[in-house]
Design a protein around this ligand. Structure first.
Ligand SMILES: [Zn+2]
Ligand SMILES: [Zn+2]
Length: 258
C-alpha cells in the first residue's frame, strides 16, 4: 500500500505550484507528500551559473518555501514534508553536511546527477564518447552512488541507476557494480527509493531496473516510494504504477520516521 510519496518537486525548483501538487496527492489517495526540490551547495563558476539560469536556488529560498509549506498544511489533512533533493558530490561531504544541518529539513534525498561535472542525464555529454569512455562514466557513477550511501548524509537515495535512463549510457552497468552498491546500502541507514520518474515515458522502467533491484532485495534492502513528479497530472498515474510495482514484487514500501 503506497501511502507516502517522498520525492516530488515544486516551483522552488523545476516543478509545479505546491498547492496543486498537494491537491493531486489528495486525489491519488496518499497520506503524505514530500517536496524534495533540487539543491546544490557545491557547484561554482560555470556550473553555478547554469543552475542559476535554471532558477535552482533552494539553498537560498528554503526559508520562504518553508513558510509556504506551513501555510499549505493548514489547508490539507495530508502530511506535507519540507525536504530536499541534494546533489551529492564525493569529497564535498563537509559542505553538504553543514548546509543540511543549518537548513534542518524533515529529511534529505541524496542524488548522484553527475560524474566529474558531467550530468549523466544529458545525452550530448556522452554521444561523442567511445565504449570504454562510456563504461568509465558508468563505473564512476556507481562509485559515487556507493559513496553517497556510505556518507550517511541522507535519509533517501534517489533513482539508484540513473545512468540507465540515458540511451548513451544504458546497458553498461555490470553485476559487480550492482553488488558494490547493494553492499553499501545493506550497511547504510540511507534507504533507496523505487522511482517512477521515467517509467511512463521513453525509458519505460523504474529505478532501480530489475537486476539491480533483485541484488538489493537479496541483501534485505527496503525501499521508499518516490514518484519524482513535477506536475500534478503525473502524481496519480505514477502512484498507480508504483502501487502495481510493489504488488508485483510482493513487498511493502518502507516509511521514514518524520
Ligand atoms: Zn534527481
Ligand atoms: Zn527529483
Amino acid at each position: 500500500m503506497v501511502r507516502f510519496d517522498y520525492h516530488t518537486h515544486s516551483n522552488y525548483s523545476d516543478g509545479y505550484f505546491i498547492p496543486g501538487m498537494v491537491r493531486a496527492a489528495e486525489a491519488a489517495g496518499l497520506d503524505g507528500i514530500g517536496f524534495a526540490d533540487h539543491c546544490n551547495v557545491t557547484a561554482d563558476g560555470e556550473a553555478r551559473r547554469r543552475l542559476d539560469g535554471l532558477g535552482f536556488a533552494l539553498d537560498e529560498t528554503y526559508p520562504r518555501r518553508r513558510e509556504g509549506i506551513e501555510w499549505v498544511r493548514t489547508e490539507t489533512d495530508l502530511a506535507v514534508y519540507d525536504a530536499v533533493e541534494m546533489d551529492y558530490v564525493p569529497g564535498r561531504e563537509a559542505d553538504i553536511a553543514s548546509f543540511l544541518d543549518e537548513a534542518a529539513f524533515d529529511y534529505a534525498v541524496g542524488s548522484v546527477h553527475s560524474v566529474e561535472g558531467d550530468d549523466v542525464q544529458w545525452s550530448e555529454n556522452f554521444v561523442h564518447l567511445d565504449d570504454d569512455e562510456r563504461r568509465a562514466v558508468v563505473d564512476g557513477y556507481y562509485d559515487n552512488l556507493a559513496a553517497l550511501a556510505e556518507s550517511e548524509l541522507f535519509e533517501i537515495a534517489a533513482h539508484a541507476d540513473l545512468v540507465e535512463r540515458t540511451p548513451e549510457l544504458r546497458g553498461y552497468s555490470t553485476a559487480e557494480q550492482y553488488e558494490q552498491v547493494a553492499d553499501a546500502f545493506a550497511d547504510a541507514d540511507t534507504v533507496p527509493e523505487i522511482n517512477a520518474g521515467r517509467v511512463l515515458d521513453d525509458y519505460g522502467e523504474f529505478h532501480p531496473a530489475p537486476d539491480l533491484l533483485d541484488t538489493l532485495l537479496d541483501r534485505g534492502v527496503e525501499f521508499v516510494v518516490g514518484s519524482d513528479s513535477h506536475r500534478p497530472e503525473e502524481v496519480g498515474r505514477r502512484i498507480d504504477a508504483l502501487e502495481r510495482r510493489f504488488d508485483e514484487l510482493a513487498i511493502e514500501p518502507t516509511t521514514l520516521s518524520v
